[in-house]
Design a protein around this ligand. Sequence first.
Ligand code: NI
Length: 145
Amino acid sequence: MIRITRKFRFSASHRLHAAELSADANRELYGKCNNPYGHGHNYEIEVTARGPVDDMTGRAVDLRLLERLVREHVVGPLDQKSLNADVAEFQAKVPTTENLAIEIYRRLTQAWRSVFPGEWPVLERVRIVETARNIFEIGEAHGQK
Ligand code: NI
């Protein structure tokens, strides 16, 4: 079994603001991240897939297919966007990087079988490097929620 990780980058802005909370509570909870005009990140995402090495091709994951899947469902729709204003899923959900990880994982899981119809490879993990110090992970080993 081989595990392969491919890295991608996209830039997007967000503002952390919970609709259920007052303006003061939001400022208290999110600090600078509650700034009304938002702020940007250069997100780096790492998508990890796992599978056995195919005898004939010698490969475990067709990286061109993985590339296309992630570009079409994640990088394309999110790059240079305001997560709050432009992404439907974040109309009702705060676009924290936790929720972004859940959303990216959901998008990839949903489209996975259309690109990889066989038993392998499987999507193992999505990792988001938000800043050099803040790294978020979601995947098989971490449960779905
Ligand atoms: Ni931020």
